[in-house]
Ligand binder design. Sequence first.
Ligand SMILES: NC(=O)c1ccc[n+]([C@@H]2O[C@H](COP(=O)([O-])OP(=O)(O)OC[C@H]3O[C@@H](n4cnc5c(N)ncnc54)[C@H](OP(=O)(O)O)[C@@H]3O)[C@@H](O)[C@H]2O)c1
Length: 337
Amino acid sequence: MKINHILSAVIGLTTTVSATGPRPEVVSHLDGLKDIPSFGLGTWLSAKDKVADAVKYALKHGYNHIDAALIYGNEKQVGKGIAAAKVHRKDIWVTSKLWNADHRREKVHSAIRETIADLGVEYLDLYLMHWPVAFVPGKGTRLVRRTGILTTWRAMEDAVRQNLTRHIGISNFARADVEELLREAEIRLYAHEFETHPYLQQQEFVDYHRRAGIKVIAYSPLANTNPTYDGHKPVGPILEDLFWENLAKEKGCSVPQAVLAWGLQRGTVVIPKSVHATYIKENLGALDVDFSEGEMAQIGATDKKTRFNDPGKEWGLELFADLDDPTRLWDDELNEL
Ligand SMILES: NC(=O)c1ccc[n+]([C@@H]2O[C@H](COP(=O)([O-])OP(=O)(O)OC[C@H]3O[C@@H](n4cnc5c(N)ncnc54)[C@H](OP(=O)(O)O)[C@@H]3O)[C@@H](O)[C@H]2O)c1
């Protein structure tokens, strides 16, 4: 029996236990990979004229997971790459994200439909609330007074019921926000995508998700290699970090492969972005690198607790409040994003 048939068979029979008691679990009927693949291709800042080729190349050379978002402004081109790769829909995993200006119920539905049409994929495997932040539609980054995460989550739950996405999840949430959703969600929170890499390890937060049964998707897995992070914090490039250069040499791999291998070995899903075939191929080599317990402990000791992606100051709110390196709204020196 195929997995989707097994899943359909349990609708209404399984339950999730929440603070308010057990609720029936809604499970998607859509066909697809059972779990999110541990390695994916990121597409933030991937130029429109390059991303289709990058996606096609990745899908033809061992990748089966693409991380997209409406706000990246390139989903049509990502969709062209997916189509050009000529893979079966059910054999790939496609994630996209709901932008902050689309948190209202009716906007959630139009946004996900737009994303699905642009990506040309019929349905998503995972739809994430991009930030726990709501903007007034059409008013730039003007904040909605009450964020109303739960109202938005309910609309995302409807998207699962309507077979628009197989799973739903979140991105960039503080722990208190995750806990609110865990208490209230009717459909299981499948994954949380947040910044984590050797310079912002957040091991406790990663472990917390493992205990709660929520997959962690590590974004910016190559730390400050994303050029948009240049010079924002007084930290040298990870690709030129002597510790990583030596470790990679010992393992007989490149620094990006070693860094990504660490992300995989700690149980996070990694989604490095590249528009270069050589890097796309090289990065997948991380799957062949293993660290000993001692090496994992050594890497653990190099955490710099440094966050590179923090638009909190620009938006005028404190993000990541209960996590390492939160937004410091009034601290000009440390937070010049
Ligand atoms: N949910 C969120 O809020 C959020 C936020 C940030 C990122 N993300 C997702 O996570 C993905 C990855 O994060 P990211 O793009 O910030 O950073 P990243 O993947 O850690 O780093 C990307 C940068 O590394 C370069 N690179 C990749 N492989 C390399 C290699 N083997 N050698 C040398 N350079 C290499 C890329 O170059 P080229 O591109 O020039 O090839 C690019 O400049 C994003 O693309 C996006 O899908 C999500």
